[in-house]
Design a protein around this ligand. Sequence first.
Ligand code: PHE
Length: 338
Amino acid sequence: MLNDIQSIKKLAGEEIEKADSLKAIQDLKIKYLGKKGLLTAKIKSLGSIPQEDRREYGRILNELKVYIEELIGRQERIFKTAELNKTLQKQRIDVTVPGFYMPTGHLHPTTQVLDEIINIFTSLGFNVEEGPEVELDFYNFEALNFPQDHPARDMQDTFFIGDDVVLRTHTSPVQVRVMEKNTPPLRVIAPGKVYRCDADVSHIPMFHQLEGFMVDKHITMSDLKGVLEVFIQMVFGAETKVRFRPSFFPFTEPSAEIDISCVICKGSGCNVCKNTGWLEILGAGMINPRVFEMAGYNPDEYTGFAFGMGIERVAMLKYGIDDIRLFYENDKRFLEQF
Ligand code: PHE
């Protein structure tokens, strides 16, 4: 029995030493310590040993068991570490490899300019209102003092939906809608889409306007001038000059077109301003008493100003864009510049 134990110890020592893989170690574990293992067999055979020797053999076998377990455990750890290092090496993450570019979108230039303009007017105390894009002839024309068959209706190439229904050609109908529902004082801006049957470098069938108006007792043209100057200098810079030029709109009297000093040449003359030094930016005027009457206001009590501007036009002047159609062609090379 002692000889057997000695040779098991020797063999186990040699074999475990020589094992060259985790698999080999695990096989040896079974060979010696498994249910039918060499050492296990010896331990099981203790029963057939005379009573007086059993204790001593038991102790020796137990020592051997601990010895083999330790040898195997040590080798196992070595191979496991090696294997782990191998997988870590294989799956190594090179943190210096440049990442993938994840393209992110941004707001459309029209929206950006519209937001900027809305912020300026709300900071001046104006409230934002909206009206429908499919509008009654009454609000788009009639209540704004465009009489039936008046040639002024030809100023705007209207998309008709029905006899009395149009796609609004401007945001001015919101003036009437707001006045009908509210009493002065009013300080309102009304941004939104408008539609005209027209298309060239400076016209598209759908574009954006922002209407603004102020109604109260004693509102004068100098209020209009003050508000527009503040607005224009905030958008185009403090050095921008503003000029009022007489004009005509059925719903304002007097009416004006407002020019700013050319954003490109600063007034000295270039091809953008066609050598005039000025760029037209919006239409405005004092609200026509006829409009007040149709909205149910007493024109002897209230006065007010109104103005309207094309948002894409403001963006074109601000960024030096020469073709309005670029806004809606969805060419990323254009859009990405904003
Ligand atoms: N509604 C006019 C247009 O579309 C602009 C405007 C608005 C003019 C308000 C005067 C007052 O051309």
